[in-house]
Design a protein around this ligand. Structure first.
Ligand code: SF4
Ligand code: SF4
Length: 455
């Protein structure tokens, strides 16, 4: 388990906070959801059709408007009931409602503050606490994830996986494990990243690069492609893998603020005096959290300024490549590609045009749009592990829309989305290659055959 100190206001045991006193108000004074932001909501309902949980269940309390109403009740002194917590937990944090809202309601701030109150002040049932404890003892720790690679590879290669799936027991006995089994990508060879990759030709920038937890453990080829593309575009790439841990995205998006702050401080320490112009991220969820380090560490006098300055250097890879403009020649890739907007790239960071422009600039590549792009695929960090059944429904819906494009390849910029949509396609009996945006650019710059991407 992490060495994060228990947060103030309530004693914790190993699996989380102890039960609150009955009738105690939902929120304490440690960053409750802000009343002025709650009151910005004019209840118009424009956000409802974009909200995946409202689309699934049609329940007002599982819509952005309904959740904001619950926050208001909490601010007015209502206690945190299991039902209130369930509606908060069911939110994917996809931020489609932020994009859809004509009144500019900061639902992102509201849900983050609400979640950290829930994590500190609500005692979940034992099974749920144990599952969350296991998930957060594993996913934000790249070294622990890497230890899983060997056993997972053996499991996938031995035929045991086929046997387990044929028995259909796992979904009944342990749905989160079944979800992990269906999501896990085929484990390829482990990849190490060097500490530094020099720019090719004239140096245009010095950039730091996040290696990530799931990205480096299960998609090392995406990190390798990122470093190659940045170097080909004239960037000195500083990776410093020995100094990097988790960026804290998973923790902050799930209300574990103290844990996220600890990860954030370590990453700021690793890079803020390294002389970089930009810090580049190739995973949408991580990028959105990194851009908010200023807010996350605002109360820490030793880090507030440094964190805000560091956050100002953070760019999604596609943002930086678009900002710099291409210098490396592109070679043709005769491919039809469906591009999926990862929620934390499109809704949380507003990055939609840059990846599309980069893909369209590849000669021979045809870009196709997916229906209902604003609706989340159901991945949402670890939401699909904590909520396997609705996540599967959202994944299948997205997979159907992707297959309907008739594209050869699905491209997106988040490892979670890649795994989630690929699992949906497999469940539907389809087959479709998947790739990160940077792998397309890398293949084009290096004149690789299309077959490399379609394997
Ligand atoms: S973040 Fe996503 S799931 Fe949550 S309320 Fe907004 S649209 Fe719905
Ligand atoms: S969050 Fe925005 S779009 Fe949704 S009901 Fe409130 S004001 Fe309307």
């Amino acid at each position: 388990m992490s060495d994060v100190p228990a947060q103030r206001g309530r004693p914790h045991d190993v699996l989380g906070p102890v039960a609150p006193a009955p009738g105690e108000p939902a929120f304490d004074d440690d960053h409750p959801p802000r009343r002025d932001l709650v009151e910005d909501c004019v209840h118009c309902g424009f956000c409802l059709p974009s909200c995946p949980t409202y689309v699934l269940w049609g329940e007002e309390m599982d819509s952005p408007r309904g959740r904001i109403h619950l926050m208001k009740q909490g601010l007015d002194g209502e206690p945190l009931t299991p039902s209130m917590v369930a509606h908060v937990d069911r939110c994917l944090g996809c931020m489609a409602c932020v994009t859809a809202c004509p009144s500019g309601v900061r639902y992102d701030r509201l849900i983050e503050d609400t979640r950290q109150q829930v994590e500190r002040r609500h005692r979940r049932p034992r099974r749920e606490r144990a599952l969350r404890a296991a998930v957060f003892a594993l996913f934000p720790y790249p070294r622990r994830l890497r230890l899983l690679r060997g056993p997972l590879r053996a499991y996938q290669a031995s035929g045991l996986r086929r046997l387990v799936r044929r028995s259909r027991l796992l979904p009944r006995l342990a749905p989160p494990l079944a979800a992990l089994d269906s999501l896990a990508p085929r484990i390829g060879p482990a990849g190490e990243v060097p500490s530094r990759v020099p720019a090719q030709g004239r140096r245009r920038a010095t950039v730091g690069m996040l290696t990530g937890c799931v990205q480096q453990s299960f998609f090392p080829e995406v990190n390798a492609a990122t470093a190659r593309v940045l170097a080909a575009e004239g960037c000195d790439v500083l990776i410093l893998p020995e100094r990097q841990g988790c960026c804290g995205a998973l923790s902050v998006h799930n209300g574990r603020r103290a844990e996220a702050q600890r990860f954030a401080r370590a990453l700021v320490d690793a890079f803020d005096s390294a002389g970089i112009d930009y810090f580049v991220v190739n995973a949408a969820g991580c990028g959105s959290a990194l851009k908010e380090y200023g807010e996350l560490l605002a109360d820490d006098p030793a880090y507030a300024k440094r964190a805000a300055a560091f956050a100002g250097t953070v760019r999604d890879l596609s943002e930086l490549l678009a900002e710099l403009g291409p210098v490396a020649p592109r070679h043709p890739l005769p491919l039809t590609v469906a591009y999926h907007d990862a929620c934390h790239l499109a809704h949380a960071q507003g990055v939609r045009t840059q990846p599309r422009e980069l893909l369209r600039a590849v000669p021979g590549l045809e870009l196709r749009e997916i229906a209902d792009p604003e609706i989340c695929c159901g991945s949402a960090g670890v939401w699909n592990v904590l909520n396997p059944e609705p996540a599967e429904r959202l994944g299948d819906r997205k997979a159907r829309d992707v297959l309907a494009t008739g594209a050869d390849l699905l491209v997106t910029a988040n490892p979670g989305c890649l795994m989630q949509i690929a699992a949906g396609v497999r469940r539907l009996g389809g087959s479709l290659a998947v790739a990160h945006t940077v792998q397309i650019l890398d293949a084009s710059i290096r004149a690789r055959p299309v077959g490399d991407l379609l394997r």
